[in-house]
Design a protein around this ligand. Structure first.
Ligand SMILES: [Ca+2]
Length: 417
């Protein structure tokens, strides 16, 4: 008993210090910070409203009513009930649904007797994140937050081109089976506590449920209302990990199972597609075609590379090359000379590789420079991305990337929308 207890305590203790996520991810050694602001108790129930009622009524009888009011879902089921934690990075969309539809993408209930199921919900009253408490018969929403501007500014960053938050739920005390959920605070670089609960879990199973809907078909379109609400948008969940024997390991076919990606029509949305980017820890749902941008390689011969800035080969980069030695003074810069666009604000996605937390500045046509944080991507040949907005003129534009005070990351390409 003693060695087992010791290993469990060790697992709980290292839960926040052994984090290892590739890409634009939280610091591995980030400390525990403050508490995520949000509603609890009766106010949480009130704020969730019908969204919570529907979720709770997920019973065989309800599913049998599928034709009139469809519920369906798809996700990972973990094999290992001895796990003591679950981590994942989840997209956040600014979506308000119509027609009474709800989309949960995803919900996360770790294996191993976890008390809390984190639910990312798109509802008729906007996007919300809440913690279901399934222990000791509470079966209630323990805490809820609106994923509004304040939330986005604090708890999200750009991961793989999408705005996303990172959660970590793990057992924080073996005694009493206490589980705590943390969100990574990108302002303080600490893990803020979202919710904590203990006791005995009283619902069966555990899952990381990527996409779950309650929808009604809109007669005007023949598809679920949500299908129109999310048209053209992408949901991604990456870096899904479970803690096994005290170590975070990616969700994989050896520790979890799933069926083949279902057809969108099963979800009353024929334009919905599911992609397993990497089994089983990286998933994408997309409704309709992705936004089409124009891509410009950093190493293209028509660009100007000032000072020490130079092309280098990189196996992970688009075109096999990127431009390094940018910044650390204004002389070392990368300049795109032929960016064509329409007048006005354009979304620019910068693809870069960096083995360290850095930043860059970007300016258009000699105008004021905007500073953009570029967190480590986990290596100098690992490409990640950040998205910013730049005002362009009609016709040809010049975009300069630099960093007057420190080194910038190595730039692979930019994509202009
Ligand atoms: Ca490139």
């Amino acid at each position: 008993m003693a060695p087992l207890l010791a290993s469990m305590l060790l697992a709980a203790a290292v839960g926040l210090s052994s984090v290892d996520i590739a890409g634009a991810a939280p610091e591995q050694s980030a400390p525990v910070g403050g508490v995520v602001p949000g509603l609890t108790g009766a106010a949480a129930q009130e704020a969730a409203g019908e969204a919570a009622v529907r979720f709770k009524e997920l019973t065989p009888a309800r599913v049998a009513r599928a034709e009139a009011d469809l519920h369906t879902a798809w996700g990972i089921f973990f094999n290992d009930n001895a796990s003591t934690g679950l981590q994942a990075t989840h997209t956040v969309l600014n979506i308000t649904t119509t027609g009474g539809d709800f989309v949960y993408a995803p919900t996360a209930l770790p294996p191993g007797g976890a008390c809390t199921e984190m639910t990312t919900a798109y509802t008729p009253t906007g996007p919300k994140l809440w913690a279901w408490d399934w222990c000791d018969g509470r079966d209630t929403i323990g805490k809820i937050v609106n994923m509004d501007a304040a939330f986005l500014n604090t708890y999200t960053t750009t991961v793989n081109g999408h705005r996303a938050y990172t959660m970590d739920e793990h057992r924080t005390s073996v005694s009493g089976n206490v589980w705590s959920v943390f969100l990574f605070n990108y302002q303080t670089n600490a893990w803020d506590l979202f919710y904590s609960s203990g006791g005995t879990k009283d619902i069966p199973g555990s899952t990381w449920d990527f996409f779950e809907i309650y929808t009604t078909v809109n007669p005007a379109t023949g598809a679920g209302f949500y299908c129109q609400n999310l048209a053209g948008l992408t949901l991604e969940a990456s870096a899904v990990k479970v803690m096994q024997n005290g170590t975070w390991v990616p969700a994989s076919s050896s520790n979890s199972s799933l069926s083949s990606p279902p057809a969108g029509s099963r979800f009353d949305c024929p334009s919905l597609t599911f992609t397993i980017v990497h089994a089983n820890d990286d998933w994408i749902a997309r409704i309709g075609p992705p936004a089409q941008g124009t891509s410009f390689e950093a190493e293209a011969s028509g660009n100007t590379r000032g000072g020490q800035a130079a092309v280098r080969s990189s196996s992970g980069a688009s075109g096999g090359a990127l431009v390094g030695w940018i910044g650390n003074g204004t002389a070392n810069f990368l300049q795109f000379n032929n960016i064509t666009g329409t007048a006005g604000a354009h979304q620019i996605t910068i693809f870069y590789a960096s083995g360290a937390n850095r930043s860059l500045t970007i300016s258009a046509n000699g105008g004021a420079a905007t500073s953009v944080n570029t967190p480590t991507t986990g290596g100098w040949d690992t490409v990640g991305s950040v998205t910013t907005t730049v005002n362009l003129n009609a016709g040809t534009n010049i975009l300069r990337i630099g960093n007057p005070t420190g080194w910038a990351p190595d730039i692979d390409r930019i994509m202009v929308l």
